[in-house]
Design a protein around this ligand. Sequence first.
Ligand code: ADP
Ligand code: ZN
Ligand code: MG
Length: 478
Amino acid sequence: MAREDYESVIGLEVHAELSTKTKIFCNCPTEFGGEPNTHCCPVCMAMPGALPVLNEKVVEYAVKAGLATNSTISRDSKNDRKNYFYPDLPKSYQISQYDKPLCEKGFIEIEIGEEKKKIGITRIHIEEDAGKLNHDDYGRGSLVDLNRAGVPLIEIVSEPDMRSVEEADKYLKKLKSILEYIEVSDCKMQEGSLRADVNVSIRKKGQKEYGTRTEMKNMNSFKSITRAIEYEIGRQIEVVENGGKIDQETLRWDEVSGKTFPMRNKEDSQDYRYFPEPDLVAIKLSEEYIENIRKNLPELPESRKQRYLTEYNLSEKGANILTASKYLSDFFEKSTKICNNPKAVCNWIMSDIARILNEKEMEPDEIPFTSEDLAELIELIDKGTISSKIAKDVLDKMFEKPEKPTKIIKENGWLQISDEGAIKEVVQKIISQNLQSVQDYRGGKEKALGFLVGQAMKETKGKANPQMLNTMFKEALK
Ligand code: ADP
Ligand code: ZN
Ligand code: MG
């Protein structure tokens, strides 16, 4: 059978670090970085007898995430101990949630071409992060840093509803943007505040039962996630095609070789000996509490997109690109408020800014200039101070060093020439140098005008006001 005869099945377990100020069971700061073991106390270092107290904000953030993903919020929930030994886990158990998660049965909508598809969310639960082992800096073993121990996480478990790499990529991007919009996580994948366990299986098309899955843990870039899924689908098909069978195991993705390697057999939940956390009380939420959070949810990507279509008349494509990133979308709105030209702001972001970000492999939040600067650039074009061609050069410079567009234009002598006398001079010069084109134009060849204007632009290094050139050539050639 060929590759096309198989279908892939993908499910994601996404961990997002919550951006609460303090940890989930103590008052230590959650701030990233800091000298090792300085954001710690007896609770998150697991001193005997230290007692956890649940941070209310963590519950609030998780409920927000649940509501924003159409989940049912459980009014009766609890914490459980998940027991395992690892040097980054000083208690030898993680406080998580087992059979009564805070949120269940939600979904996220993704767009595949023109079609919308719902990806089910099985559950969202709260848990604590582990510490960090530093292997690299010290030749002889590992050192444990507990700054991250007890940082709150939500785990968002999807149904195995995705059928292609593209669907998995879209789902994760949508989930990330929702979490950013509701401001419960900064979702910085480079810093590990958003990471995914990727589960992949294959089955023959038309087959009802799922195949055996493998799992790749702790993936933290879109690029490696898509590459890893792609590779794993191919590997599984090959195994099955060669008469083998897939083992349920945890794999390690190796970025350099672009392959997956077995890490360990998959553990079952019974291996963890889950039991209710005796040091914490049950989490009981009132209907009123939940409704209050629902009422105060900020605008989500989908409704913001609709608003862009109606309020600003943007194209579907433009609205999609802008709202996919909260950062870009906020950037767009701030610029638009100042320069009052939504179409232009959208176009600059979608075309030139997106292109440069792509070339420089930068994320939107790394744009080195402000929304005010972009608004200023667009106003300068709208007022005729610079041509849009020069504006592209200005933008390039804005990516190089943070300076106001006006300053860049002055420094480089890029002001548009709108002085009538100066333009007239250029027009006369070009006419005298291109008598053939002048004849053509007078003989009815409209195109020749474009050529002359082009020559004048060249002469002035793109600085002449094109509208003025147009009218003044027409005048002169009457
Ligand atoms: P755990 O990995 O902790 O044992 P689950 O059994 O709940 O947890 O499954 C975890 C993830 O694996 C879920 O996101 C689910 O959608 C996905 N999954 C389950 N079965 C399959 C399968 N046959 N193929 C691909 N993904 C699957
Ligand atoms: Zn602490
Ligand atoms: Mg798993």
